[in-house]
Design a protein around this ligand. Sequence first.
Ligand code: 6PG
Length: 250
Amino acid sequence: STKAKVEVFDSEEVLAESLAKYTANLSSNFIGERGAFTIVVSGGSLIKSLRKLTESPHVDSIHWSKWHVFWVDERVVPKDHDDSNYKLAYEGFLSKVPIPPGNVYSINDALSAEGAAHDYQTCLKNLVKSGVLNISETRFPKFDLMLLGMGPDGHVASLFPGHELMNEKEKWVTFIKDSPKPPPERITFTFPVINSSASIALVVAGAGKAHVVQAALGDTSQVSEKLPVQIVSPEGELTWFLDKGAASKL
Ligand code: 6PG
């Protein structure tokens, strides 16, 4: 497990600028190294925090044609539904940058939760075979950058506190039918995949999350059950992007 780097910004605006710079840097490094950049996005407020990538200077300097975009989790709803993480990402980010549509790996919305999870795992396995996706020493896909949000209960992806999915050790992608955050049916990456990442950014803004940020980063010796966010511990680097509000109890 790695030591986390915690960055605190004066406002969400400055956080978004820094996140864009961080992402653009990694994009340039990975594309230089291996000709591709594999990036995983979340739903929720994270997409809004990516807006600076769609603006100058980043929008003109990033090699968008080398990007491959994935989702850490998705709700089992049609792609044009307001609950769809794909729709959120498309409207706020993907429609504004020239990533080839074939490099955008959205979840199949014609399948059941089980079917979609299996189908997405197969998609990842094929991308490992074709060399687009790296693989870790422990044989899980190793994404270049994973962008995670965190819920007010400390959940990441669709891995919720106390839920048995937190303990999945083998599957790459799995599903949940009783998500405490609606909608109930979702598919999600598992912790072995999350923790195989080359880099993870945990992006949290707003005073409403100060309490859980404190719990996540504070002394955990008294706590018997870990929050999902406390299991995030990538092989590579972990950086927290916090605004003042989210960091106000640290
Ligand atoms: C989802 C998201 C989820 C999200 C957190 C934080 O599909 O619900 O991927 O994991 O990142 O719930 O959401 P907010 O940033 O909107 O609080």
